[in-house]
Design a binder for this molecule. Structure first.
Ligand code: G3H
Ligand code: 13P
Ligand code: ZN
Length: 325
């Protein structure tokens, strides 16, 4: 089975009321943890690679790792460029075997975003590759760029039709209150529950509904959708880490989004937390050990458990891979 695009995945996800998980990959253990989970629950996958991941692990290594995962699992997998920052980066991934790219010109003025997205779409479609674009901007850190809460902005529903019609993009990432990283909201933006845990403000489903009204049947993408599991934050903090007040998007809200037009949900930080928490705990409990396999193995196993939970309980895409084969 070759790498696939998201076209069929999104059609089925839209009508079936579920979303495809888009998980960021940076090394072999992360690829294995995610794909072994998906294999066990028969879920299609989007594996995505950021500019930073390409700089860290090398384009060819990442492509070959993902291709190896297809050989091992037989799953329908799309290889996607996350947050492509220029036509050149997108072209390099299209030429280098990716089946989907994101052009993120959301920080540019509307007309410029249209212009650059359209250029990427033309090149991508000529090569059988699909394109995700973005309108509105999320707060948080992505590829070393920090967007403050003040500089972030919700998607303006009145712009989406013109944007999609003029660019020809295949899916649209929108900003409805999610953000990148493990600190999605300040304590001041949240309330606290009876356990003293931070409770973030709800996502702006009203904006999503307005977008869907204007783009019926069109696949919507949510970035910044980690839930920041508090068991891993605790594991990190109890083993020498310092991540006070890390907080994410409640899983029930993501499930609700997945039932609607949201066909792709991006998750990266949660994998990082699972991996880091597991390794920190291992080091604290086994200060004498120094074989990387001994701590990468439990880290990979915990990524697998976390992803399985997301696929079944958050995305609802378990059992859907075989429908695409
Ligand atoms: O949106 C950003 C993703 O979490 C990728 O992060 O640029 O540090 O690889 P990265
Ligand atoms: P998180 O930081 O919430 O995992 O978001 C990841 C993301 O949007 C990748 O593009
Ligand atoms: Zn993102």
């Amino acid at each position: 089975m070759p790498l696939v695009t998201t076209t069929e995945m999104f059609k089925k996800a839209y009508t079936g009321g579920y979303a495809i998980g888009a998980f960021n990959v940076n090394n072999m253990e992360i690829v294995q943890g995610i794909t072994e989970a998906a294999k066990e629950v028969d879920a299609p996958l989007i594996l995505q690679v950021s500019k930073g991941a390409r700089a860290y692990a090398n384009h060819t290594y990442l492509v070959k790792l993902v291709e190896s995962a297809i050989i091992e699992t037989g799953l329908p997998i799309c290889l996607h460029l996350d947050h492509g920052d220029s036509f050149e980066t997108c072209k390099s991934c299209i030429d280098g075997g990716f089946t989907s790219v994101m052009i993120d010109a959301s920080s540019k003025p509307f007309a410029e975003n249209i212009e650059i997205t359209k250029k990427v779409v033309e090149y991508a479609h000529d090569h059988g590759v699909v394109v995700e674009a973005e309108l509105g901007s999320l707060a948080g850190v992505e590829d070393e760029v920090q967007v403050s809460a003040e500089d972030s902005s919700y998607t303006r529903p009145e712009e989406v039709e013109e944007f999609v019609n003029k660019t020809g993009c295949d899916s649209l990432a929108i900003a409805i209150g999610t953000s990148h990283g493990a600190y999605k909201f300040t304590a001041a933006q949240c309330t606290r529950n009876e356990k003293g845990e931070l409770v973030p403000p709800p996502l702006r489903f009203d904006i999503l509904d307005e977008v869907v009204k204007r783009l019926p049947g069109f696949p919507i993408v949510l970035h910044g959708s980690s839930s920041v599991p508090q068991n891993y934050v605790k594991m990190i903090n109890e083993n020498g880490g310092k991540m006070p007040d890390a907080v994410g998007i409640p899983e029930e809200q993501l499930r609700e989004a997945a039932r609607s037009a949201v066909c792709k949900i991006n998750i990266d930080s949660d994998l990082r937390l699972a991996m880091t928490g597991t390794i920190r705990q291992f080091f604290a409990e086994h200060p004498d050990k120094f074989d990387p396999r001994e701590y990468l193995k439990p880290a990979r196993a915990n990524i697998k458990e976390l992803v399985k939970h997301k696929l079944i309980n958050v995305l609802g895409c378990n059992g859907k891979a075989s429908e695409l084969l």
